[in-house]
Design a protein around this ligand. Structure first.
Ligand code: G
Ligand code: MN
Length: 250
């Protein structure tokens, strides 16, 4: 299958500081160069793999390749924090923490702090006690944790209080619609306020235009990711993008 045949590639989507547009990190997103169907996005093949075993194998592949890429960028003088999407099945698979720790030892030249795991809010809610403990262990190893697609999973305030995650990523659906729909704007505003109140970092996904950037900055959201900043791109293109991408006042 794709894993053995070397048909997978990691793309990277920049995350920037919305005030000055400086790069603060990148999200690793897997692509499959399918022999006959062309380049496939995760949504086009992830639902099919479905099994826990493959989720875990793919996740391990992504973690290893993300660390390899971070190592290459460091060798070129760029320290780029990378976040990786981890399925809850994979997080809960026996030995996940041990394998992560072995990988971090293998890539000891890459600081654990530069690696971030993104866990879907809906997944994290399935078994908050158990997942909370896993996330605590992971953070104790230095790895950052973000809750992905926040706002879609009905997390309660009490739950957020106990959820050990330093970063909250606002679901792109709310962000995309926030300029035209009052309810979505209210949700975005509320998540930003919640993040501030709980002293978490907040990242807006789905930042599609400059108007989104301005509105988010006005609401106090500092970091964003989306087509309005850059699309996901191959690793080599990210450095080229960095060179041409305009940033705010020095
Ligand atoms: O759920 P998660 O945050 O992992 O989703 C990331 C996905 O969203 C990627 O497949 C990426 O290509 C896509 N994406 C990233 N930015 C935007 C955007 O601004 N608009 C839309 N429609 N999709 C985006
Ligand atoms: Mn994500």
């Amino acid at each position: 299958m794709a894993l053995q045949r070397n048909e997978l590639e990691l793309y990277f989507q920049p995350k920037v500081n919305l005030r000055d547009r400086r790069l603060v990190g990148a999200e690793a997103l897997v692509r499959w160069h399918h022999p006959s169907k062309g380049l496939l996005l995760p949504g086009q093949f992830l639902p099919n793999i479905g099994g826990h075993e493959l989720d875990a194998q793919l996740g391990e592949w992504v973690l290893r390749h993300a660390l390899q890429q971070m190592r290459r960028w460091r060798a070129l003088g760029h320290e780029i924090p990378v976040s990786v999407n981890i399925a809850v099945d994979h997080l809960e698979a026996p030995g996940f923490v041990d394998r992560l720790s072995a990988l971090l030892m293998e890539f000891a030249d890459v600081p654990a702090q530069a690696l971030q795991l993104e866990i879907l809010e809906s997944g994290a809610l399935l078994d908050p006690g158990r997942i909370g403990r896993l996330l605590e262990t992971i953070q104790a190893m230095g790895v950052a944790v973000a809750i992905d697609d926040f706002g879609t999973g009905y997390a309660s305030l009490a739950y957020l209080k106990h959820l050990p995650a330093q970063v909250i990523k606002i679901d792109q659906g709310f962000v995309r619609e926030m300029l035209t729909k009052r309810d979505d704007r209210a949700i975005v505003q509320t998540i930003i306020a919640l993040a501030h109140a709980f002293e978490r970092d907040v990242v807006a996904e789905g930042v599609e235009t400059d108007a989104h950037v301005e509105a988010l900055v006005a609401m106090g959201c500092e970091v964003g990711q989306g087509y309005g900043i850059a699309r996901p791109m191959p690793a080599a293109s990210l450095l080229a993008w960095l060179q041409t991408h305009k940033v705010g006042a020095e």
